[in-house]
Design a protein around this ligand. Structure first.
Ligand code: IMP
Length: 338
């Protein structure tokens, strides 16, 4: 079997995603227990205990989720849909503990003024960062305010320099990979998440660009989080893994004797509520209880991966260079059987 480096994977003939690859430990690990490894990192000026950001979707991040993630040493990005952000800000509601907020391209200036004054990270939440109006908005924000700006999404590094020139501090990587995303089905756009990440990572490295990389969409498990970081991501952005937890907006629904919560795409009909082009689905996910348990599970998985791979820090993990490309049968063999 060939052991693939990141570069090899980046040059692989087919587009790859998390289920296509696996991490290979090649060294005697000096890590005694997984508790001694350090998962701390800095992401655009914020110290994180676990490198996790929540997606700014209306069924994922409201005030409660954003505040709890801050408590847990992560970042929640408040959604721009149903949280009536304008009301919250203008009525002086307590936004303490909120690190990041998403806005649309048409957000009012008065709102942005107040977010900037509160020193919040601003995420321009659009489907496609490779758009002149998105870049113009980013430039405007960066020239007018002293704020950190996240833009997205991209599937490839070809425009990374232009995003950096527009002042973007971080970029969301991934088009078509989200679990409620129908973009690829509707448009034919998008490549596998691993290939997207690696392409942007090497573009950043080769051109010495200063921008943080967010692996966004398609992450199903703590193992996928480890794979995303090993492919060069600085943090992961999660939708479905956090959906269904107590802190998400929305009611717990009892159906078929089980508890559920709603999870839906930002471009789904449920969010748009009008007859527009739809690129997202709506579904029910099992109720999961406190988000703290999900984050702890990710932290444990990550620590264990790091201990297998002889990594003391997240930057060690980002430098891992030994991957397998899995055949379908070896992928299936990795899964537990009933
Ligand atoms: P998940 O963690 O796999 O569920 O993916 C979450 C990501 O899917 C988000 O952070 C967005 O990048 C993306 N996404 C959210 N809503 C939509 C949509 O309606 N259409 C396409 N992509 C979406």
């Amino acid at each position: 079997m060939k052991i693939y480096s990141k570069k090899d994977l980046n040059n692989y003939s087919l587009s790859l995603t998390y289920d296509d690859i696996s991490l290979i430990p090649l060294e005697i690990s000096q890590v005694k227990t997984r508790n001694e490894v350090n998962t701390k990192s800095f992401f655009i000026g914020e110290e994180l205990t676990v490198p996790v950001i929540s997606s700014p979707m209306d069924t994922v991040t409201g005030l409660e989720m954003a505040k709890e993630l801050t408590n847990l040493g992560c970042i929640g990005i408040l959604n721009r849909f149903n949280s009536s952000l304008n009301d919250l800000v203008t009525n002086g509601k307590n936004l303490e503990g909120i690190k990041a907020v998403s806005i649309s391209l048409t957000a009012e200036e008065s709102l942005i003024d107040q977010l900037a004054e509160k020193n919040m990270i601003i995420c321009i939440d659009t489907a496609n960062a490779n758009n002149a109006y998105v870049l113009k908005k980013c430039e405007e924000l960066k020239s007018k305010y002293k704020v950190k700006v996240i833009i997205g999404n991209v599937a490839h590094g070809s425009t990374l320099k232009q995003l950096v020139d527009a002042g973007a501090d971080a970029v969301r990587i991934g088009i078509g990979g989200g679990s409620v995303c129908t973009t690829s089905v509707q448009t034919g756009i998008g490549i596998g998440q691993v290939s997207s990440l690696l392409n942007v990572y090497f573009t950043k490295l080769e051109n010495k660009l200063d921008i943080a990389l967010i692996a966004d969409g398609g992450i199903k498990s703590p193992g996928d989080v480890a794979k995303a970081l090993a492919c060069g991501a600085d943090v992961v952005m999660l939708g479905r893994m956090l959906a269904g937890t107590k802190e998400t907006p929305g009611e717990v629904i009892k159906y078929n004797d089980q508890l559920w919560k709603k999870y839906r795409g930002s471009a789904s009909f449920g969010v748009k509520m009008k007859n527009e082009f739809i690129e997202g689905e709506e579904t029910l996910v099992p109720y999961k209880g406190a988000v703290k348990n999900v984050i702890n599970g990710i932290s444990d998985g990550l620590r264990s991966a790091m201990s297998y791979l002889n990594c003391n820090s997240l930057s060690d993990l980002q430098n891992i260079n030994s991957f397998a490309v899995l055949s379908t049968s070896s992928y299936l063999e990795r899964l537990p059987r009933k």
